[in-house]
Design a protein around this ligand. Structure first.
Ligand SMILES: N[C@@H](CCC(=O)N[C@@H](CS)C(=O)NCC(=O)O)C(=O)O
Length: 215
């Protein structure tokens, strides 16, 4: 079976959420992102020289990095036709759009700086100022649909749900954005997501990984 290298509460949680929601079986191999060490003692750097998650490891020895592509692979394996989008489906490109939006506009552009210990408070605040426009775009989009692609939860929602798992710790609050705020509550209260977040919080403490710094 394919294995996800997973550091609790980090972006690889988006991959776990997608696998759970899409009913895609995955092994989970935990690692501590602070020490870059897997539970079996191996170094993450030997698997991904960048020392980053998400990483999928296939039975044939191949490795797939980048959260976006891990999400795309996971969703392609789902037998749930309301979750999976195939490339021939015009919605496929909307899914790519929102996955790319989460990756570049939210994850790397905002979290990367706000959770970066060396960034000064003023730089973090400047980057936080990017959030309202992005929240506005999402708010408008979600005004007439429960999920990013319409009626059904998709891999793009898995990425955005993860963003909201950490958003509060990044002092990013969508409560002024009615539809986005309702979306946040809707996705975070999904039973599979709640269970994964709870188990990751516990694991994060057990591993003393402290992935959520005070910012
Ligand atoms: N290019 C990667 C970057 C993902 C990323 O930033 N992962 C974070 C966790 S959310 C990480 O591994 N950080 C550790 C580091 O950069 O040293 C992707 O898109 O998946």
């Amino acid at each position: 079976m394919t294995t996800l290298m997973h550091a609790p509460l980090t972006c690889s949680l988006a991959a776990r959420i997608a696998a759970a929601e899409g009913g895609v079986p995955l092994n989970t191999e935990y690692l501590n992102l602070r020490t870059k060490t897997l539970e079996n003692g191996a170094s993450l750097y030997d698997i991904n020289p960048l020392g980053q998650v998400s990483v999928l490891s296939f039975e044939n020895g191949e490795i797939l990095t980048e959260t976006s592509t891990c999400l795309l692979w996971i969703q392609s394996q789902s037998e749930n036709s309301s979750f999976r989008r195939d490339p021939a489906d015009p919605e496929y490109f909307q899914m790519l759009r929102w996955i790319a939006f989460c990756a570049t506009e939210l994850h790397k552009q905002i979290f990367r700086v706000v959770f970066y210990p060396e960034a000064t408070d003023s730089v973090k605040d400047k980057v936080r100022d990017l959030a309202p426009l992005r929240f506005e775009v999402l708010n408008k989009h979600l005004a007439d649909r429960p999920f990013l692609l319409g009626d059904n939860f998709s891999a793009a929602d898995a990425y955005l749900a993860w963003f909201f798992v950490l958003a509060e710790n990044a002092r990013l609050n969508p409560s002024e954005y009615e539809h986005l705020n309702a979306y946040r509550t809707r996705v975070l209260s999904r039973p599979l997501i709640r269970a994964l977040v709870e188990s990751d919080r516990l694991k994060d403490r057990q591993m003393d990984q402290q992935i959520i710094p005070e910012v």
